[in-house]
Design a protein around this ligand. Structure first.
Ligand code: AMP
Ligand code: ZN
Length: 152
């Protein structure tokens, strides 16, 4: 895998954590990734995991780095579940301001959930009408490059 981008975005809070300029309660660190406790947890044990390199969105992430981050998730989930006694976990990535992203450095939320917790979830869901589902399937498939198919 290529070296992490050494460039620090001076406006990015998570770059400052990655580079040790502000403190964080780190729980896991590799050469390319770091995980630490969210300072305002949805529930105690809420962890964030991110690439050290500054990438705003998941769509910007090189496949290899994405695979490395994904490879860390099962172990991190097991640790959070065991440490908190959680009954379940939500893994969430907010991509873009419209989706609730407030820090422009890609990160996964790992949120411990309890049967009796008061977290307001799930969000409302709708229905497709007529051929809307097929149309949407077509539009997304059309945007996927042939290279994506070959990697399966
Ligand atoms: P998002 O809204 O998906 O961009 O999530 C950003 C998260 O970063 C929020 O859940 C914040 O509570 C969390 N956060 C903000 N500042 C810090 C910090 N200094 N250390 C740890 N987590 C933070
Ligand atoms: Zn950053």
């Amino acid at each position: 895998m290529s070296q992490p981008d050494p460039a620090l975005d001076p406006h990015c809070l998570f770059c400052k954590i990655v580079h040790g300029h502000i403190p964080a309660a780190k729980v896991l660190e590799t050469y390319h990734a770091v995980a630490f406790l969210d300072i305002h947890p949805v529930n105690p044990g809420h962890v964030l995991i991110l690439p050290k390199a500054h990438h705003p969105h998941l769509a910007d992430l090189p496949d290899e780095l994405s695979a490395h981050l994904a490879s860390l998730l099962p172990r991190l989930c097991r640790a959070v579940r065991a440490a908190t006694g959680a009954d379940g976990l939500n893994l969430i990535v907010n991509n873009g301001m419209a989706a609730g992203q407030t820090i422009d450095h890609l990160h996964w939320h790992i949120i411990p959930r309890f049967r009796d917790d008061t977290v307001d979830w799930p969000w409302p869901q709708g229905e497709y009408v007529g051929d809307e589902l097929g149309q949407m399937q077509f539009r997304i498939e059309r945007e996927l490059s042939p290279a994506d198919d070959e990697s399966e």
